[in-house]
Write a protein that binds this ligand. Sequence first.
Ligand SMILES: C[S@@+](CC[C@H](N)C(=O)[O-])C[C@H]1O[C@@H](n2cnc3c(N)ncnc32)[C@H](O)[C@@H]1O
Length: 300
Amino acid sequence: MASPGVNLQITEPEQKLLQTLIYQECGMYFDERRVHFLQDRLQRRLKATGLDSFYSYYRLLTSREGKAELNALLENLTVNETSFFRNKPQLELFQKTTLEEILHRKQARRDFSLRMWSAGCSTGQEPYTMAMMAADALAYYNLRNPLPIEVASATKPLIPPPWKVEILASDINYSVLRAAQEAVYPEHHMEPVDYASRLRYFDKVGDRYAIKKGLKDMVHFDFHNLKTEFLPQRNDVIFCRNVMIYFDEAEQKRLIDKFYRCLNPEGYLFVGHAESLFGLTDKFRMIHQNNGTCYQRIEA
Ligand SMILES: C[S@@+](CC[C@H](N)C(=O)[O-])C[C@H]1O[C@@H](n2cnc3c(N)ncnc32)[C@H](O)[C@@H]1O
């Protein structure tokens, strides 16, 4: 047993073993800039388990009984920073160009379903932003391209029928998924949300803001580890922002290939502001407009 308060030094072989295990489990890679963060989190978990060496800790993680501890470690290693309406120029591109193009293309085929995925959704601000933007875009699109379907105004749904919008939001971290599902946010998270959206999509509960049921029902949360092969298929749009930044180049390439297969033909991929597909694939074309960037699947 390690005595509490004492920091055990991790040896180089122990660190290598643990780094490799983490990489294999979730794709996260710790270069020299982030290795102190890794060491700090490993120290914390070692103390929490009361084990007396990092090698014993590694043995625990790779044992059948170590599943829960492996999840706890991965949760401690993820960076969950997020916000509503993050990267506004990119979201404007998403709403005004991407969604508009998809809706026209789908309506021409009489396909009224839209399927989107927020991969690495953290506490939910990203998928709820996607839902708000899709609901607004569809309301505006419907105004200009009305379909001959009568809906009584008192029961007007958020998404005008026959359109259906489904957003899957996934993460590797169960705690953030629970918070996302709860969908209640403090005032200081609301700064990027304008008053019109607050009124339309949130209820004030005490001093916090709760996502309204109609919007909440558009988003389904699930656990998905992006390292695995079996990922949700048939998406029109994938947001995977500020996730790949923690992976090395080989893992980024593998993930982009998987996203290609998870997208419908001509589907769109949105990555983070500091991320790019440049040099990693030739299966997507870049779209850049007013400081916003996204990538569209190229069809053979
Ligand atoms: C920095 S947050 C980004 C949240 C949101 N996409 C945004 O841009 O605001 C990164 C998220 O990716 C998740 N993540 C990291 N590795 C993952 C993996 N292998 N599979 C699924 N999610 C992962 C983390 O748990 C974290 O919630």
